[in-house]
Design a binder for this molecule. Structure first.
Ligand code: XMP
Length: 518
């Protein structure tokens, strides 16, 4: 059957790599979405996929409560690719046999191709592949043939060519699987014959048209509003909408006094002059600082900042006539329903929604980036001529420097932190590390330590440097910065930031620590 669709559906069984599969499929020029394994078959059919990929996952198919799916799914007449757990599930659902391996296979293995397969066209024998599984398939379902094995002699792939169902025990989506990109493309283009029609430049044009129609429909006098933060998501969302409706989009940029050195001034100027946005700067430093006076609990700080921001935004929004639409830079990872394989996770910090405005607002939401991943948003930003200084900016938390001054926030501690922050950024950029590191920043800790400066005893503040590598902020490792870079950062901070006599480097990973200190 030839499906009239060029979309791929990825069904998520809880793998840490599911979003990576989606990004790889999109990089190949194909639109895809992720549905949780618990989705109804009807919903899956309604998506009208041209192919279905079953993701990996941390469970064993025999676990109590393992994420399963009805084998009705195979009645949908499209090609299937099961990856790791997804492959084991195919075996389990179609009467193959899966059992625990004697030894978990984790990390590199060599792929030994035992039968010619379209899936492996262009791959070399013995290519390294990345494994991460505890169960193995001991026998494939009837009518399936084994096409490759791992170095340990375990089944690495199987297929039923007629039904176009394929399984891979290893992960083609990770960079360690050298031939992975080719294998995914073989599946998408040669086996499933999916049309390549996901282009970001088309996306921009289509979105602009769509926004224009939506906002102008019914009433041409409708306006939209948007809260800008200086970050990539809100900026790209605003620029897209302003390309559609021009000055009918009113942007509000609140300077809460918790931004980096000169950031509010520079970003505002940039929004106005370079991006031609209709933007209003609201100077609210004093209000924020006085609301934070005497508060040292991190959660209280977050709540105060979040609430104040909403109050200010609400007041500004009230002043705008006919404001019917609210633009937000929501991304696809915020929209995907996550798979609660380990039960719902408890709240560690009340963040990640600080930028989000309450639903009680009587606006219609415009979320032009809802289907996109962060790297796609960056590319769109570049296509819209937004400079790297914004598109490649390291993430910055909504409560800003307030959660990097441990304990009570004062004007003086913010001043010290800003100076130290400029130094860290300069040194990291000078060494070409800014884009390789997820975040790098100083934290000011409310203890004083003894030092000696000149011939005098000093008793001054302590600054910690936090620099981490991460893919998505969910897990992170401390960046293994060169000692010379650390030395330079430390000596510059101690000599240039008055009131600091000691600098330490944070060598904790997340988990168990978090990226921010509060
Ligand atoms: P943690 O500290 O939880 O941070 O490891 C993970 C990522 O989230 C950012 N972060 C925040 N972002 N409001 C935000 O908008 C917040 O309250 C907040 N707290 C942490 C943090 O910078 C990192 O990128």
């Amino acid at each position: 059957m030839k499906v009239n669709s060029s979309k791929v559906l990825i069904i998520d069984f809880g793998s840490q790599y599911t979003q990576l599969i989606a990004r790889k499929v999109r990089e190949s020029g194909i639109y895809c979405e992720i549905y949780p394994f618990s989705s109804r078959i009807e919903k899956i059919k309604d998506f009208n996929p041209a192919a279905i990929i079953l993701s990996g996952g941390p469970s064993s198919v025999y676990d109590k409560g393992a994420p399963l799916i009805s084998n009705e799914i195979f009645k949908i007449d499209v090609p299937f690719l099961g990856i790791c757990y997804g492959m084991q599930l195919i075996a389990y659902l179609l009467s193959g046999e899966v059992k625990p391996a004697k030894n978990r296979e984790y990390g590199y293995s060599k792929l030994e191709i035992t039968k010619k397969s379209k899936l492996f066209a262009g791959c070399g024998d013995d290519d390294p592949v990345w494994m991460s599984h505890g169960d193995i398939i001991v026998s494939p379902p009837n009518d399936f043939i084994i096409t490759s094995k791992t170095g340990n002699g375990n089944i690495a792939s199987f297929e039923n060519k007629e039904k176009k169902i394929y399984g891979l025990q290893f992960h083609p989506e990770v960079a360690h699987t050298i031939c992975g990109h080719k294998i995914l493309n073989n599946f998408l283009f040669d086996i499933a014959e999916v049309k390549k029609d996901w282009k970001l430049s088309d996306f921009i044009e289509d979105k602009i048209k769509e926004i224009k129609t939506e906002i102008s429909s019914g009433n041409n006098g409708n306006n939209a509003i948007c809260a800008l933060s200086g970050g990539v998501d809100s900026t790209v969302a605003a620029v897209l909408v302003s390309r559609a409706i021009g000055d009918k989009l009113v942007c509000i940029f609140v300077d809460n006094g918790l931004l980096r050195e000169n950031e509010a001034r520079d970003v505002f100027k940039f929004y106005k002059e370079n991006l031609s946005l209709n933007v209003k700067l609201v100077k609210a430093e004093k209000i924020f600082l006085s609301a934070l006076k005497g508060v040292s609990d991190p959660e209280k700080k977050r709540k105060i900042i979040g609430k104040l921001f909403i109050n200010i935004f609400e007041k500004e929004a009230d002043k705008i006539k006919n404001a019917k639409f609210l633009v937000q830079g929501t991304l696809y990872p915020d929209v995907i329903e996550s798979v609660p394989v380990y039960g719902s996770s408890s709240i560690i910090k009340s963040h990640h929604n600080v930028g989000g405005l309450p639903k009680k607002f009587n606006f219609k939401l415009i979320e032009p980036l809802r289907e996109l991943f962060k790297d796609e948003v960056r590319l769109i930003g570049k296509k819209l001529n937004i400079p790297d200084a914004i598109t490649e900016r390291q993430p910055f938390p909504g409560p800003g420097l307030a959660i990097r001054v441990i304990g009570e926030v004062t004007g003086n501690s913010l001043k010290m932190l800003r100076k130290a922050d400029t130094i860290v950024a300069e040194e990291i950029k000078k060494n070409n590390l800014y884009n390789k590191i997820w975040q790098s920043f100083p934290v000011i800790i409310p203890v004083k330590t003894v030092g000696v400066m000149g011939d005098k005893r000093s008793y001054e503040s302590l600054i910690a440097i936090r620099a981490v590598t991460s893919l998505d902020g969910m897990t992170a490792d401390f960046a293994q910065l060169d000692y010379e870079i650390l030395r330079q950062i430390s000596s510059r901070i101690i000599s240039e930031v008055k009131g600091v006599n000691r600098v330490v480097y944070d060598i904790s990973s997340k988990p168990p620590s978090t990226i921010e200190w509060e």
